[in-house]
Unconditional design. Sequence first.
Length: 137
Amino acid sequence: MSSITRRKALGVAAGAAGAAAGLALAGPAAAAPAQASAPTGAAAPDSFDEVYLGRHIKGGSSAHGGHHGGHGGHEGHGGGYTVTIDGAELHVMRNADGTWISVITHYDPVATPRAAARAAVRELQGAPLVPLTLPAV
């Protein structure tokens, strides 16, 4: 299974929309992360390269200022930081409050990209990280 089906993509989109609607109804206090975080504009996080729970995780500054080679409207989400699990890119994003999230652990902000990679490895439970690819419109 190298690509996602339309049904799965729509299911993910519907779930995300439902979660966003729930947060909007709950108010701003519910959307705030429970963890203390680094201030915005903080220095770039340290690079890392390690084996965690049998998976090779790696992270560091990237030359292209974002992910996906710098195309589209996604530049800067990771602040020019790339994270991989066993060589496959894990999309990470820095929140306005300095916390980090990944596509795997989107609703569980953590303090560093390394913590985001480790959380993703735990969530994957040995499954391979497969990039989300949608058909061109």
